[in-house]
Design a protein around this ligand. Sequence first.
Ligand code: SF4
Ligand code: SF4
Length: 438
Amino acid sequence: MAKMTFSGGIHPFDGKDMSKDIPIKEITPKSDLVYPLSQHIGAPAKAIVAKGDRVLAGQRIAEAEGFVSSHIYSAVSGTVKAIEERRVLTGNSVLSIVVENDGQYEAVPAWPVKPLEEMTGEEIIERVKEAGIVGMGGAGFPTHVKLSVKEPSKIDYVIVNGAECEPYLTSDYRKMVEEPENLIAGLKVYLKLFPYSLGIIAIEDNKPDCIKIFKALTKEEPRITVKTLKTKYPQGSERQLIFAVTGRELNSKLLPADVGCVVNNVDTVNSVANAIYRGLPLLRRIVTVTGDCIKNPRNFSVPIGTLYSDLVEEAGGFRKEPVKIISGGPMMGFCMFGLDVPITKTASALLCLSEDDISKAEPSACINCGRCVEACPSRLVPKILSDHAENFNEEEFLCGHGLECVECGCCSFVCPAKRPLTQNIKSMRKILLAKKKR
Ligand code: SF4
Ligand code: SF4
């Protein structure tokens, strides 16, 4: 069987065994729920409730401000306790709606639905917007914007990103194994929007059971195919995934739609299915809680707004004191300052580790081994880019195509001299991208 991939990449310890065989557990949060008004790319949403208001589960509490923005819904019933600045996982403070959970889960009725065949493209996009769905793989780009392609007939491929290449993460895997039909139903919504497209469910070969399930379920679906990807990090990165399954190349100036592709992650496609077939807004997401410090690692279906501390409690607490706490995976996640911050629409995992290999490592001089070049999936020369970044040499950094870096961390991972390559390149990119925006 041909396995699709890209050049470069690495094979880190995957740590998935800790949580991959345990079914998803739905949790009911114990503390207040916190909804930052900015948990997506674009303009922050605007609160439409006030302190003291009673809200119901599924009620909209913040309205999208403009096209590139997203509505926010309360996942519980209760009272708006405050609208105030609250810390989020990056350490910044963001204006947030705090809901005191009354434990009743009194809900607003679901929206009326109609058969997919009878819906127009505009109706589908409007419902996705109404549901407050954003890219749940980490990007947080509003999904209705992604779907509003100028020429839908020019989309050739709708790719469901089932690679889940980040070590330790198993939330997509569990969702694919437990509810494959929902994912296929969600993909059909996209296929309705893009009439000449082929649906591809792309899964790494470390999930053979998943591949088998989807192949069996899509046997009679002429517009859906399952592609087996070679297990390699960062196989799930948008550019690498598109290249692996279609052979089309993307750079920092192009969007997937420019090369005829739309890519969505598993939880996003599931949320689209929930909105279209069940009339539900985005209220929950799947989060992997794992690492050697967690007593009972597993995946949880978590109401958005739940505090990370509640998740640790649900997973049995700590078996030992963590030295490093990460939101997301070890390669591209954020180091956390504390657990009193909320799960947002884009939070995929909580990883608690007793070792911090990176901060222990003492960087030394480059030995010109070339390993960073071999590992770079963007075919860059990380060592040189990192030197330019350290010297704030913007021109040379741009000449070396520094903006094409996908910040995957492969170069730092393989560097025997433990040079902070990704860190340097990332900082320089941040400065240059901010300048470009201005
Ligand atoms: S330079 Fe960027 S894209 Fe290349 S390996 Fe390093 S982090 Fe990844
Ligand atoms: S991997 Fe590290 S030591 Fe080797 S060339 Fe790159 S920066 Fe230098």
